[in-house]
Design a protein around this ligand. Structure first.
Ligand code: NDP
Length: 444
């Protein structure tokens, strides 16, 4: 396999999908050597079968807004790979959603899910529906209309969606309710459900907490602790909030959070009380991060990202390609020595090269943010056993899964000079598991 040729072939067949090409390119470069040590992979054309999704479902979603106007959006589900378990991956509602973005996310999800060691294949779905400024009733009607099409393609043993950008507990509840009505079954077809109807304790916290557990493991390889470290976080949604919560509880100083309008910089650090304010602002009032700066009298920068602020550690937790090469170089120049990704593919290829060349601790999202889908996997187990575990039990399982993912990265990513390339480690480890399962199941 020649990774450039494979990538060029995919670009020819699937043009105008830059995010998908970017995600595939990173994985191909990492696994090329290992792949070529297995001639049987090439004989079975494993690489194309792994890069091209099993299937893509796309559909129109029609719904009625509060003014009686009939609206349309596009809905998608990318079922990427089910070699190691039922399709599994979140649903994203954001105006920017298109097939390329969902294909990159489903591709990444396949390797991430393999890393968790739980039996889950990879998928992703969503819509270009923009939830901002919509009433609860509009959100409900949209979710119901979305599921009216999607319900046929999902199920507890086939495909189990969850949340992502723009989809939290409220949206999962509405989608699950409609699914249950149409399918006439109460099964664990969604994860991230409410606690009263099959949700797992610790699922909301899982991605953020998991990222901090992963960071702790990375720091430990250099004998560093989290206490007293200054951290820049981007985003102020689910992942950002619980990343901040865990960091604060461990004595770190979180100085930035952001949303799509701008970022706040609080040199005194966001305390537990201030974070409670952010959680209420974002989860209940659905307000803007700018209001934090107005309330606490700190700096707010409109239309910018936080990477120009000085920090020891950066934890991007908003969206893809939110750290470019220049921002990466600024972070490094300001002394940043660890980047652990809560978001999926937040660093551009140029930024990743800068981090790896500087040999800082750099964890790609598919390893560092795998805690969310891991606890989703644990939610599926609890649902099928018709049991619910305590928060302590789930948290301790989450910790050991993150430790295990870290060990796999170290095993497959340690370079001759001792530097751990977590990108390579995560990609090779995830790839080998999916590849082995595909080979053993024949040509499909
Ligand atoms: P939320 O919708 O809860 O929060 C997203 C945050 O990112 C918001 O603050 C949002 O601001 C900001 N944001 C979204 N799009 C953009 C953009 N284009 N530019 C700038 N800021 C933006 O989503 P999550 O916290 O769940 O997800 C965040 C990231 O983490 C995503 O990359 C997601 O794929 C990834 N992830 C999430 C998991 C989960 O369990 N939820 C699991 C693994 C990964 P605004 O409110 O203004 O839109």
């Amino acid at each position: 396999m020649n990774s450039t040729e494979v990538l060029n072939g995919l670009k020819r067949r699937f043009p105008n999908e830059p995010e998908y090409h970017q995600a595939v390119s990173e994985v191909l470069a990492s696994i090329e050597d290992v792949y070529n040590q297995h001639p049987e992979f090439e004989e079975y054309n494993l690489i194309e079968r792994l890069c091209i999704p099993d299937r893509i479902v796309s559909f129109r979603v029609t719904w009625v807004d509060d003014y009686g106007r009939v609206q349309t959006n596009m809905g998608y589900r990318i079922q990427h790979n089910c070699a190691i378990g039922p399709y599994k991956g979140g649903i994203r509602f954001h105006a920017s959603v298109n097939q390329s973005i969902l294909k990159f996310l489903a591709f990444e999800q396949t390797f991430k899910n393999a890393l968790t060691t739980l039996p889950m294949g990879g998928a992703k779905g969503g819509s270009d529906f923009n939830p901002k400024g919509k009433s609860d009733d509009e959100i409900m009607r949209f979710c119901q209309a979305f599921i009216l099409e999607l319900w046929r393609h999902i199920g507890p043993e086939t495909d189990v969606p969850a949340g992502d950008i723009g989809v939290g507990g409220r949206e999962v509840g509405f989608m699950f309710g409609m699914y249950k009505k149409l399918a006439r079954e109460h099964t664990g077809t969604f994860t991230g459900k409410g606690i009263t109807f099959g949700g797992s304790l610790m699922r909301p916290e899982a991605t953020g907490y998991g990222n901090v557990y992963f960071l702790q493991q990375m720091l430990a390889t250099r004998g560093i602790g989290i206490e007293g470290k200054t951290v820049c976080i981007s985003g102020s949604g689910n992942v950002a909030q619980y990343t901040a919560e865990k960091l604060i509880s461990l004595g770190a100083k979180v100085v930035t959070m952001s949303d799509s309008n701008g970022y706040i910089y609080d040199p005194d650090g966001i305390t537990r009380d201030k974070l409670d304010y952010i959680m209420h602002l974002k989860n209940v009032e659905r307000g803007r991060i700018r209001e934090y700066a107005e309330k606490y009298g700190c700096k707010y920068v409109e239309g910018a990202r936080p990477w120009g602020e000085k920090c020891d550690i950066a934890m991007p937790s908003a969206t893809q390609n939110e750290i470019n090469g220049e921002e990466a170089r600024t972070l490094l120049a300001n002394g940043c020595f660890a980047v652990s990704e809560g978001a999926n593919m937040p660093s551009t290829p140029e930024a990743i090269d800068a981090f790896l060349n500087a040999k800082i601790l750099y964890a790609p999202g598919k390893a560092a943010n795998a805690g969310g889908v891991s606890v989703s996997g644990l939610e599926m187990t609890q649902n099928s056993q018709k049991l619910s575990w305590s928060a302590e039990e789930v948290d301790s399982k989450l910790k050991s899964i993150m430790e295990n993912i870290h060990s796999q990265c170290v095993k497959y990513g340690t370079q001759p000079d001792g530097y751990v390339n977590y990108v390579k480690g995560a990609n090779i480890s995830g790839f080998m598991k999916v590849a082995t399962a595909m080979m053993e199941q024949g040509i499909l």
